[in-house]
Design a protein around this ligand. Structure first.
Ligand SMILES: NC(=O)c1ccc[n+]([C@@H]2O[C@H](COP(=O)([O-])OP(=O)(O)OC[C@H]3O[C@@H](n4cnc5c(N)ncnc54)[C@H](OP(=O)(O)O)[C@@H]3O)[C@@H](O)[C@H]2O)c1
Length: 225
C-alpha cells in the first residue's frame, strides 16, 4: 500500500491531486478545515481507501497530535511507500502597513510553519519504515518573483523553499523537494479577470505528480511547468 498524507484536500490543486491518486493500492490521508464530501463519496463508491482529518493548520501546537492520529491509520504490514504533500496554502495581497498582524501570522502558520512541523513529525514517525519516503512542498514562483503587496506570500514561499533545501542536506532517508506551479484556476485566483492565462487544477495535479513519481529532485525547488 502507498500512503499519501496531503494537506489542502478540500478544493483546488489538492483536491485534483487526491482525485488522481484514488486507486486500489493507494491510501489517502487528507487534511483541511472543511471536509471534502465529494472526494469521500468518490473514494467510497470505488472502495478506495481515504481518511479525512478536519484540521486547522493554524493550530500549530496540535500538529504533533494530528500526525499521531494519521500514522495510526498506517498498516505497517502492507506499507510500501509513504508521501507527504504540503499543499495547503493561503494567499492575499496587501501593502504591509495595511496588513493585520493576525493575517501575517496565519499566512506564515499555514504556508510555512505547519509544513515545517509536519515535515519534522513525518521524518520522526516514519523512521520505523524502511521504504521509499518523499515529501513534496508546494511553493510558488512568487518565492522569487516579487510584487507590491505580495511580501507575506513571497516570504512564506521563499521560506518554504529554503527549508526544503536545508532539509535536503540533513542526513535522512526521507527525500524532499519543492515544486512551483504556475497560475492555476482555483479559489486563490477567484479575482483574476483573464482566466485564459490560468491552467486547470487537473493540469497542475498531473505536473505535480509527474515530479513526485518520475522527476523527483531531492533538495531542489523546481518549476512545475
Ligand atoms: N492557484 C495558483 O495559481 C497557485 C500558484 C502557485 C502555487 N500555488 C500553491 O498551491 C497550493 C494550493 O493552492 P490552490 O490554488 O489549490 O488554493 P485553494 O483552492 O485556495 O486551496 C487551498 C487549500 O488549502 C487549505 N487550507 C487553507 N487554509 C488552511 C488551514 N488553516 N488549515 C488547513 N487547510 C487550509 C484549504 O482548505 P480549507 O479552506 O478547507 O481549510 C484548501 O483545501 C498552495 O500552497 C498555493 O500557495 C497556487
Amino acid at each position: 500500500m502507498n500512503y499519501f498524507i496531503l494537506t489542502g484536500a478540500s478544493r483546488g490543486i489538492g483536491e485534483a491531486i487526491c482525485k488522481k491518486l484514488l486507486a486500489n493500492n493507494n491510501h489517502l490521508l487528507c487534511v483541511s478545515r472543511k471536509k471534502n464530501n465529494e472526494l469521500i463519496s468518490l473514494a467510497n463508491s470505488k472502495k478506495h481507501k481515504l481518511d479525512y482529518f478536519e484540521f486547522d493548520l493554524n493550530n500549530t501546537y496540535e500538529i504533533e497530535e494530528l500526525m499521531k492520529n494519521i500514522f495510526e491509520k498506517i498498516d505497517s504490514s502492507v506499507i510500501e511507500s509513504l508521501y507527504l504533500i504540503n499543499n495547503a496554502g493561503v494567499y492575499f495581497t496587501q501593502n504591509i502597513e495595511g496588513t493585520e498582524p493576525d493575517s501575517i501570522i496565519k499566512m506564515m502558520n499555514v504556508n510555512l510553519i505547519s509544513p515545517m512541523i509536519l515535515t519534522s513529525n513525518f521524518i520522526k514517525q516514519s523512521e520505523q519504515y524502511d521504504i521509499e519516503k518523499r515529501i513534496l512542498n508546494v511553493s510558488s514562483g512568487a518565492s522569487f518573483n516579487l510584487s507590491s503587496g505580495g511580501s507575506c506570500y513571497s516570504t512564506s514561499k521563499a521560506g518554504l523553499e529554503t527549508f526544503t533545501k536545508s532539509i535536503g542536506i540533513e542526513k535522512s532517508n526521507v527525500k524532499i523537494m519543492a515544486i512551483r506551479p504556475g497560475m492555476v484556476d482555483t479559489y486563490m485566483h477567484r479575482n483574476t479577470v483573464n482566466k485564459k492565462i490560468l491552467k486547470t487544477p487537473e493540469y497542475a495535479a498531473d505536473r505535480i505528480l509527474t515530479f513526485l513519481f518520475e522527476r523527483f529532485e531531492h533538495g531542489k525547488a523546481v518549476k512545475a511547468w
